[in-house]
Every structure is written in C-alpha cells, then in structure tokens.
Design a protein around this ligand. Structure first.
Ligand SMILES: O=P(O)(O)OC[C@H]1O[C@](O)(COP(=O)(O)O)[C@@H](O)[C@@H]1O
Ligand SMILES: [Mg+2]
Ligand SMILES: [Mg+2]
Length: 339
C-alpha cells in the first residue's frame, strides 16, 4: 500500500527537511486549509443548509453578494484572526483591509483571499472555490513598528510566500505552492484530512484547449480576437490543428483543469468597460493563480507584462489575464507586441 502523506506532514517536511517555509507560515497554511474544509462542508449542504441564493448586499466591486460569499469570508476571517501569524487580511468581499485586532496575537504575514470564486455557479451546483495568497509585511524592523496599512499589501506577485486555491467540485482539492513546485491534496471526508495526491504538477507547453467566455468576442482587442479566431479555424487555419473549448465560469475550476491536463485561460480586457484593465482581480485572483501556473512550468501575462511583475496600486486592482500552457501564452504575448 502506498504511504499516505497528509497536508500537515507535507508542510512539516517543507519546513523541517527542506527548509522552504518557516514554522509560522506552516501553521498559517494549516489554518487556511481548515477554513477551506469548513467552507467545503457548507458548500456540500447546499439547499439543506439554507445557504444558497443572494444576500441583500453588494461588495466593493458593486457585485451582488451570495450568502455563501459572506459565509466563506467570515469563516476565513474568524479562523485566521486568532492564529497568531497574521498582521492583516484582505478579501474580495471587504472594502478595505482587516487588521487583526490587538487582543489577538500578532504575526508578520498578510493573507488575501477570494473567499468564494465562481459565485454565479453556487446555486447551480457547479464547481466553485477559494483562492488565497500570502505576503510578508514589508517592514520587519522592530524599532519602527508602524500600524499595518493597505500600502503593505501593494507588493507584486513575485513577493508571494505561499499561494493556492481549494476547489469544491466532485472532490474537494487543495492546490498549493510555497515556491517549490505545485502539490495537490484531496480531502478525505471520512478521515477529515487533506491527503497528498499529486506532486510536481507540470502543465504541458502545448495544448489544443482554450478557455474564454466567447460571448464577449465582439468586445475584445485585436490580438485576442486573432488568437481565438486562429484556434477556431482549426486544421484548415494557420494553427493546422483543431482546438477544443471549455468555460466553467469559475476561475478555480478552469485553472484546475489547466494544471491537470494543460490548456490556456483568458479573461482579457474588453471594451465594455474600457477604463478597467480587466474583470479579474490582481491581488487575490490573478497573482496566486499566476504563481501556481508558473510553478507548474506555464506562463501568465496581461498581454504586455508578466502578471507577477505588475506593481499593484490599489487593493482591488483589476487585470487582464492570459495563463496556462507556455507556448500558447508566448504566442498571445507576441500577438500583443505585433498588433
Ligand atoms: O461570467 P463571466 O463573465 O464568464 O465571468 C466568469 C469569471 O468571473 C469569476 O467568477 C469571478 O470570480 P467571483 O465569483 O469571485 O467574482 C471568475 O471565477 C470567472 O472566471
Ligand atoms: Mg473570483
Ligand atoms: Mg468571489
């Protein structure tokens, strides 16, 4: 029988044997994983838990919140605030940062999350997830301790010390990187623990599968139109091969498929709201996914710049996203520089 490695053991090994993460970060990630387990339980209850449907509120982005958006946000805040490893948190569902109250032990990390990604899929029983990213508070000098502010969060994705997501689908799977490749853990519901099921995940450099919301095609910029047109032209077109298309409308599920079997995911800028760089949020959607994809040998760009190099200017900053199989992302980048 093959040895089962729990998430806890994997993290201990990352800390002790490989020296990749400090003890504080390990404990923080365990709390995040426990929160995902609770969210998974709430998600699984569905109608039985009375938690489906919209809440009567909007988030800072003007999107109608679902009850589960709010529940997942509360689970993450409540579980993490007393853990002792965090200075502050930020979420898609909160206008500004949440500073850990000083009645709780303080830590040096900053946790950001999209508590429930793919909200439009909650009520129709399609995969959804939680995305998270961990940064270190910039100022470590104990003599000049300043209160944590939004400014502390505005670090490029290259500064992440851990990132991942948990997808609530037919299985609940937590996917994680601490900068040492990508590992996947499946929730064993009977045992109540995450078990390592894939290590050293690799995205093939080439693919025949793309993911994009085609209904927006008429709004896209020329380079994206060209790329998708060429995929659609199939064997008879310049690519000389047929492509398949998938669009779950939950970024977690689409990225999970790409990490599992390759592909390319696009949520590009479009002219419906030309002043916004894109729909997805840089800090807690694009950055963690971009790091996971790069750690698996793929690439992630906004068309002009590597996503992880973008210097954020605000917490809820948006970004155009193209990520996945490296050769496809490189092709998209080249189309942006020539058109
Ligand atoms: O409905 P659209 O326009 O295709 O958008 C789908 C995209 O929006 C998102 O749902 C945004 O996430 P939230 O549900 O967290 O707002 C992505 O997960 C997904 O890729
Ligand atoms: Mg989201
Ligand atoms: Mg969300």
């Amino acid at each position: 029988m093959t040895k089962r490695i729990s998430l806890t053991r994997y993290l201990v090994e990352q800390q002790r044997v490989d020296g990749h993460i400090p003890g504080d970060l390990r404990l923080l990630l365990e709390v995040v994983a426990r929160s995902c387990k609770s969210i998974s339980q709430a998600v699984n209850k569905g109608d039985l838990g009375g938690i489906l449907g919209a809440a009567e509120t909007e988030n800072v982005q003007g999107e109608v919140q679902k009850q589960l958006d709010i529940i997942a946000n509360e689970v993450l805040i409540e579980a993490n605030e007393w853990g002792g490893h965090l200075a502050a948190m930020a979420s898609e569902e909160m206008d500004s940062i949440y500073v850990v109250p000083n009645r709780f032990p303080q830590g040096e990390y900053l946790l950001m999350f999209d508590p429930l990604d793919g909200s439009s899929n909650i009520d129709v029983n399609v995969s959804i997830g939680t995305i998270f990213s961990v940064l270190k508070k910039g100022n470590d000098d104990p003599d000049t301790i300043e209160p944590v502010s939004e400014q502390d969060f505005l670090q490029p994705g290259t500064q992440q010390v851990a990132a991942g997501y948990c997808v609530y689908g037919p299985q609940t799977t937590l996917v994680l990187t601490v900068g040492d490749g990508v590992a996947m853990f499946t929730l064993d519901r009977e045992q109540g623990s995450f078990v390592l099921t894939r290590e050293n995940v690799q995205i093939p450099a080439d693919t025949k599968e793309f993911a994009v919301n085609m209904s927006n095609m008429r709004h896209w910029a020329e380079p994206v139109k060209r790329y998708v047109d060429e995929c659609l032209a199939g064997k008879e077109g310049p690519r000389g091969k047929d492509f398949n298309m998938r669009w779950v409308a939950s970024m977690v599920a689409d990225v999970h498929r790409i990490l599992t079997r390759g592909g390319v995911f696009l949520y590009p800028w479009d002219k419906r709201e030309p002043e916004k760089p894109g729909k997805l949020r840089l800090m807690y959607e694009a950055n963690p996914m971009a790091w996971l994809v790069e750690q698996a040998g793929g690439a992630a760009t906004n068309g002009h710049q590597r996503i992880l190099d973008i210097q954020p200017t605000k917490l809820h900053e948006r970004v155009s996203v193209m990520l996945g199989s490296k050769n496809e992302v490189d092709r998209l980048t080249s189309y942006h520089s020539t058109l």
